[in-house]
Design a binder for this molecule. Structure first.
Ligand SMILES: [Zn+2]
Length: 274
């Protein structure tokens, strides 16, 4: 009895210690620091992340102007990298010339990016078949750009993980950003060597906690998707990626620093960051 109580005490103490212990070398593999939510205090938010132990942030573009801003951020900070994308949720209302301009922008600047995306399929926001088909057409063109440059593709998929996976099976380097799909699709993706990125919403979603328990550490990335998916109330920011690291570590029975180190190593490997 006493022994058991002692052990329980020890585990609880360990969790408490881990919750306070600082982490080093963490990477937020997906955020949107260029969004207007950070216009008033962008510098302070970046500084806060650095102080928390975040050594790199990958800023993802979703359309023309956010792609430009992602490139600017990557130029201004050596610890910020950019990916250039065309989100399925940015397609609405765009005519062919505008779509072509965006795809040209991605192609012309690909050499300055560590990846292509986010791009993909969003069946949660889009219910009608013609718009879903349009998403797939544009996704195909973005996939072709990633392929031609040999860059990793960052997938945005919502309620469409399996159809998105079916479209990228010929690729070598794929990241499912903020993966929220089923366990079988996740397993199929990681069996192909693709990466699963879990976001800070793991802190408040039972489904994502099941994914965290089952995902292989060798294929795991962590992200905030800031300013979205905050683990607490209000705006999310890259420093909060530590919350996800700590919770995933707890779920997997690992040391938070080991999860931080492994996810950072995975991020560097897939994006070819040294
Ligand atoms: Zn995003």
């Amino acid at each position: 009895m006493d022994g058991q109580r002692d052990m329980r005490g020890t585990i609880q103490e360990k969790i408490m210690r881990n919750a306070q212990r600082p982490l080093a070398g963490v990477i937020d593999s997906h955020c949107h620091l260029d969004f207007k939510h950070f216009n008033r205090d962008r510098e302070a938010v970046i500084e806060n992340a650095r102080r928390a132990g975040v050594v790199r942030m990958i800023n993802s573009g979703v359309d023309y102007s956010t792609n430009s801003k992602s490139l600017e951020l990557a130029k201004s900070y050596e610890f910020i990298s950019a990916t250039l994308g065309f989100s399925p949720n940015s397609i609405d209302g765009k005519k062919d010339p505008e779509i072509q301009m965006l795809l040209d922008q991605i192609e012309e600047n690909a050499s300055q990016a560590v990846g292509i995306g986010e791009a993909g399929l969003d069946y949660y926001h889009t219910k009608d078949a013609p718009t879903r088909e349009r998403q797939a057409e544009i996704f195909k063109r973005v996939i072709a750009i990633a392929e031609s440059f040999g860059l990793p593709l960052v997938i945005h998929s919502r309620d469409a993980e399996q159809p998105a996976l079916d479209m990228v099976k010929h690729l070598e380097k794929v990241v499912f950003h903020c993966y929220s799909g089923t366990l079988p699709t996740m397993r199929e993706a990681q069996d192909r060597g693709f990466y699963i990125s879990l976001a800070t919403n793991v802190c408040r979603s039972g489904h994502h906690q099941i994914l965290a328990k089952n995902v292989s550490l060798d294929h795991l990335l962590v992200e905030t998707d800031s300013p979205f998916l905050s683990p607490r109330k209000g705006r999310n920011e890259p420093a909060n990626v530590l919350d996800a690291v700590r919770l995933i570590a707890r779920i997997k029975g690992l040391e938070p620093q080991d999860v931080a180190a492994q996810t950072a190593a995975n991020t560097k490997r897939i994006y070819n960051i040294h």
